[in-house]
Design a protein around this ligand. Structure first.
Ligand code: WT7
Length: 664
């Protein structure tokens, strides 16, 4: 695949290494001894990590793998994730510490201490209980990046309800699918959020998601499971109201008493469901445990980001709607008592220096972001960050996709002033926490490499037969031993869990990524080896978008590929064949593309909008009828088309090329 070839070229030339700063190494949370300890006794290593949490009843067993590939960790212990993230800090005298410096996009700000959070999560927990939500019930959360999003998640955890956060960039249709799959009883949303200087409505999308869409549609009936919609007032925009079902957050939560005893749950009690794209059209509801997940998130956050909770100001720019926000805004950092920045908006509102202004204003010391953001800032030019004082920064993180060495070097020099180590962290929604990363006080880093598995995690790169490849060679990334924060399954579908992750190689977890071990054995991630695309760090599936396209009356057939894109990593490129038997389809390819782009936004959400839609007369297929995406990727990336010998009809590629040339 293309990203592989592209990255491999870089690998051949990349020889630079950067040692950890001496001052950081001298006081680092994790030293080289960490690897040694984990190497001697992996389970004992995780037991010690687990003992840093507050347990209500202690656990005696570390790992139960008897029902493999479903693991149970610390299973006879009980705890509560919200108690760890909030109450414990108050109980141990840290209530006055700032938990969040919230920055709204329009410029409104709010400072919330751990004591403030304690009050809010207790009121919210009582509010949820008053709406009839209890332990084990599912709650869909569809909110902007505001403090209530964090409070809502923690309030669910507090009462033992299972949250399913749906990113605000998903459509009503995607929301409905996720609500139905989890049979959510409650939806927590807002009137709207602030996005690029205007109000983005959310509540109308919830209304649409829950409604019947009429006879003959995918949703002839209104949503059956949702009893209430709890609405945060954020933008103040007008909102339609369904009496009895819809309730304002301030009416339900604010009058509650700030006294609530956390629900002590078994370590294996599901903490949340999070939907992610798989290789088929339907998103998978991955679910995570309470104990093992929290151990993984908190421990890796402490050792990878070297958090010093008394002095650091940590900012993870991800949205809480993604796993990065779950693990590295809510559960990991809060369990560690971090002081964080939470920012609602986009990096260029109202100006392209907004992030750097925030770093300067709050004295951010640790910044965790994605390569696509870094490449965007590179494009805007270094004069912008140069205008701000970024000297508070001491550590930089990257996540979401392979970071190209050029972006890595720019991040280090322009943002990190050549003094901050970079931790390139590889992990997935499935893994729950960071699996591969440098340790900032230990590892000499190489630009573009995620380096080595974190202590306690066992990873390898294998060939087609599942045999480890030697140093210097590439293959498939696998995880060879269970780890505490591993997913516990796909909601309601054990079979799909086993077949997706465990059937490729006997006894090994298949991550779906290609990787290479360099001559030193360090790991270089090469992108997905399946039909999953990575657009700005967002995970999308080709088939998911193809399904959306063919649902449009104009489209007879569609083939989608992820093409290399300088800023977003990959971009969605769609090839469509329009129907000959439908009247009124415009002749103009651009008009068709515009309509279909709008359609995909509506079906899946803005995150999935194709960058390019090409109207073609045919798509290349194998004799068995499988779309040959490899060839379409060649076209999308303006390369000579590769091997066409397995095509059912080898003239198809000429027809596509010819048609596109003629259309220019
Ligand atoms: C996929 C997982 C984990 C948080 C964000 C994405 C890619 C993630 C890296 C990295 C190379 C990376 C992989 C992975 N990925 N981090 N540091 N280097 N690739 O979570 O949506 O579950 O996506 O993102 O391809 O499989 P996700």
């Amino acid at each position: 695949m293309v990203t592989v070839a592209h990255t491999l070229e870089n690998l051949h030339t990349e020889r630079r290494t950067f040692k950890p700063p001496v001052s950081l190494a001298a006081h680092a949370n994790a030293t080289a001894y960490e690897y040694k300890k984990a190497g001697v006794d992996r389970l004992e290593y995780w037991r010690e990590a687990a003992l840093r949490l507050a347990w209500h009843e202690p656990f005696t067993e570390i790992l139960d793998w008897s029902d493999a590939p479903v693991s149970r960790w610390f299973h006879d212990g009980t705890l509560n994730a919200c108690d760890n993230a909030v109450d414990r800090h108050v109980r141990e005298g840290r209530g006055d510490r700032v938990a969040f410096h919230f920055v709204g996009e329009p410029g409104d700000t709010e400072t919330l201490t751990y004591a403030d959070m304690h009050e809010r999560v207790q009121k919210a927990a009582n509010g949820l209980l008053s709406l009839g939500v209890g332990k084990g019930d599912r709650v869909a959360i569809y909110l902007p990046q505001i403090p209530e999003a964090v409070v809502a998640m923690l309030a669910c955890a507090r009462i033992g309800a299972i949250h399913s956060v749906v990113f605000g960039g998903f459509s009503a249709e995607s929301l409905r699918q996720r609500i139905d799959d989890a049979e959510a009883k409650l939806v927590i949303t807002a009137d709207g959020g602030n996005r690029r200087g205007s109000h983005l409505a959310l509540k109308p999308l919830v209304d649409e998601a829950l409604a019947s869409h009429g006879e003959g549609t995918a949703h002839p009936e209104p949503c059956a499971s949702v009893e209430h919609v709890l609405v945060v007032r954020r933008t103040g925009q007008d909102t339609a109201w369904t009496e009895g079902r819809d309730r304002w957050w301030h009416d339900v939560v604010d009058p509650q008493t700030a006294a609530h005893e956390p629900e002590w749950v078994d370590a294996e009690h599901p903490l949340f469901i999070l939907y992610t794209s798989g290789t088929t059209g339907t998103p998978k509801g991955l679910f995570h445990s309470t104990g093992g997940y929290l151990v993984g998130a908190a421990h890796t956050h402490r050792i990878v980001f070297d958090l010093k909770p008394e002095t650091d100001v940590y900012w993870c720019t991800a949205d809480v709607g993604w796993i990065t926000g779950h693990s590295y805004i809510v559960y990991g950092p809060m369990t560690n008592g971090a002081t964080q920045v939470l920012y609602e908006g986009t990096p260029n509102t109202p100006h392209e220096g907004r992030w750097w202004e925030i770093v300067q204003e709050y004295g951010v010391t640790i910044l965790y972001t994605a390569p696509t953001a870094i490449r965007t800032f590179m494009k805007w030019g270094e004069a912008i960050p140069d205008r701000f004082d970024l000297s508070s920064l001491r550590l930089l993180g990257s996540v979401g996709e392979p970071i190209n060495p050029e972006a890595w070097m720019w991040y280090r020099r322009v943002i990190g002033g050549d003094r901050c180590p970079i931790v390139d962290t590889w992990w997935q929604t499935e893994t729950g926490s960071i699996m591969i990363s440098p340790l900032p006080g230990v590892t000499a880093t190489k630009p573009g490499s995620a380096m080595t598995p974190v202590p306690g995690v066992a990873i390898d790169v294998v060939d087609d037969a599942g045999r480890p490849v030697p140093n210097g060679e590439g293959g498939y990334l696998v995880i060879t031993e269970p780890w505490p924060s591993m997913l516990r399954g796909i909601w309601g579908n054990r079979h799909r869990y086993v077949s997706t992750y465990w059937n490729h190689f006997d006894g090994l977890y298949f991550a779906g990524d290609g990787a290479k071990k360099d001559v030193d054995g360090d790991l270089w991630l090469l992108g997905r080896v399946d039909d999953v695309m990575n657009v700005s760090g967002h995970r999308l599936t080709t088939t998911e978008i193809e399904h959306a396209l063919v649902a449009h009356p104009w489209v007879a057939e569609a083939a989608v590929v992820g093409a290399n894109d300088e800023v977003t990593g990959q971009a969605v490129v769609a090839f469509v064949i329009v129907r000959g038997d439908v009247a009124g389809i415009p002749d103009d390819g651009e008009a068709v593309a515009g309509e279909l782009r709008k359609h995909v936004r509506k079906q899946i959400g803005p995150v999935a909008t194709p960058r390019t839609i090409m109207v073609v007369s045919e798509v290349p297929k194998t004799r068995s009828g499988k779309i040959m995406r490899r060839l379409l990727r060649d076209v999308a990336e303006n390369r000579p088309v590769g091997d066409v010998t397995t095509l059912a009809d080898s003239s198809v590629m000429d027809a596509i090329r010819g048609g596109l040339e003629a259309g220019k």
